[in-house]
Write a protein that binds this ligand. Structure first.
Ligand SMILES: *Cc1c(COP(=O)(O)O)cnc(C)c1O
Length: 459
């Protein structure tokens, strides 16, 4: 153990000095301490100092990397989930990226009326388009849909009761649970019906002088099948109308597009959700709408306008970069065909299967041209999920490249793909790795081919 180098000695090594230029000193020192201690605990005698130093230095970069928070990096999504919550949901159109860069680089008319030279509201940039695209009377936008729901509950029902069906007390994405949001908003939850069946009479019976709101929540990430019954938003709205109680629907997906016309069922658009009659509807900006993270609130003037002045609105507000991005995405929707071509979420969901197949073939050809990978590649039909807790029961036909290696099990191959540069996220299926080309861009095919080759090399 006498030959184990000191931290001071190690810090003087060229390789360590090079690392100190790009990593904070305390991180490097702590990483060295850990490695020296591990070797001391290993208790291996008769090792020369040179050997110790080279062992420690060879493990140092990984030890440092493990200590630093991993930066957010680009990932190739070959997992076949379009709005993948863990992979950042909706990729943005080029127009939105340009708007973000433009707004971020300098000053903007964020809250400034260039006509009058006076202060204005940041919402003006999205209000007109959202009203036109959804038919809403009044519009508000906040940080995300969870914030939108919280604000609506706090603003419309604090200290009073909100009636919700037991079948809609959902959890979305780990920490968004309707009962918990309700507690935070200061509203009291009144559950009606059962997990599988809720009728209009259940709501009707629960109405008291304390009722502030009837709430309907879209079951985004699961489907209820079998002996079920729920009250459509339209019927609930009529009940609310008779009782003089506002009705709210958490629509979730933010679809501005009529997916039904393209064979994707169950995707209720915001326009249709509003037309059914609820006074207030909330949705995300980065699910089927295909924009940046945002929470969109649409509805009647008398319900939505007071929310804009609520103190929580300031705490939950949308920042200028996402506002600029949202405005530019909404502008693309002015022409549906343009939106289909330019908004990545729409493009991915609506792309004809033949085009996906062509991309899959290009990937296979590219891998075969670049190397002799020693693994089998084949085309396989599959199903892409819209994801994002948007349409739990809907799948879009797709074409995958199935990869199988005689010596690398699929779990190991997936792990290596995730460790690649850029990392690739795929899925396993039937003993093979499946790469879904519907969620891969044309300009990512070359990188995907290299990543696949790199993952299979060394065996
Ligand atoms: C996704 C979703 C939410 C949460 O939205 P965020 O934008 O992630 O905050 C809330 N309600 C429904 C119905 C959803 O689908």
């Amino acid at each position: 153990m006498r030959n184990l180098p000191s931290i001071t000695f190690l810090l003087g090594q060229d390789a360590v000095r090079a690392l100190l230029r790009s990593h904070p000193r305390p991180v490097v020192v702590n990483a060295l301490r850990t490695l020296v201690e591990q070797h001391r605990a290993g208790g291996e005698p008769q090792v020369s100092r040179e050997a110790w130093v080279s062992r420690i230095l060879s493990r140092l970069p990984a030890e440092i990397a493990g200590r630093e928070a991993l930066p957010v990096r680009r990932v190739i999504n070959a997992a076949g989930v379009v709005v993948h919550t863990n992979l950042g949901r909706a990729p943005l159109p080029e127009e939105a990226l340009a708007a973000i860069a433009d707004t971020a680089r300098g000053y903007s008319n964020l809250e400034y009326d260039l006509g009058t030279g006076e202060r204005s509201s940041r919402l003006v940039h999205v209000e007109g388009m959202l009203r036109a695209l959804t038919g809403a009377e009044c519009v508000h936008a906040v940080n995300n849909n969870a914030a939108a729901v919280l604000l609506c509950l706090a603003g419309l029902a604090r200290g009073r009761e909100v009636i919700v069906s037991r079948g809609e007390l959902v959890e979305i994405g780990g920490s968004f649970r309707i009962p918990e949001i309700m507690v935070e908003s200061g509203a009291r939850l009144v559950e009606v019906g059962t997990t599988n069946r809720t009728r209009l009479a259940d709501y009707e019976r629960a109405i008291t002088g304390q009722t502030a709101l009837l709430l309907k929540v879209h079951r985004s990430n699961f489907a209820l099948r079998g002996f079920t019954e729920e009250v459509p938003a339209g019927e609930l709205a009529r009940l609310g109308g008779r009782a003089g109680i506002p009705v709210m629907e958490d629509q979730g997906s933010g679809a501005l597009f009529d997916f039904g016309a393209h064979g994707i069922r169950d995707a209720l658009s915001l326009r249709r959700a509003l037309a059914a009659g609820p006074g207030i509807v909330t949705a995300s900006g980065d699910k089927l709408l295909g924009g940046p993270q945002a929470g969109i609130i649409l509805g009647k003037e008398e319900l939505v306008a007071p929310l804009k002045k609520h103190p929580l609105s300031r705490a939950l507000r949308l920042d200028k970069l996402r506002l600029a991005a949202l405005a530019s995405v909404l502008r693309l929707y002015a022409d549906e065909r343009r939106a289909q071509a330019r908004v990545p979420v729409l493009r991915m969901l609506l792309e004809p299967e033949e085009r996906v197949r062509a991309r899959a073939l290009r990937l296979i050809r590219r891998v075969r041209r670049e190397g002799r990978p020693g693994f089998a590649l084949s085309l396989e039909r599959g199903a892409t999920s819209p994801g994002g807790g948007a349409l739990p029961d809907v799948f879009v036909p797709t074409v995958c490249v199935a990869v199988s290696h005689p010596r690398i099990p699929e779990e190991r191959l997936l792990e290596r793909l995730r460790a690649g540069d850029p990392p690739v996220v795929a899925r396993a299926g039937g003993g093979r790795v499946l790469l879904d080309l519907r969620t891969v861009r044309d300009d990512e095919v070359a990188d995907l081919a290299s990543a696949l080759l790199a993952a299979a090399i060394g065996d």
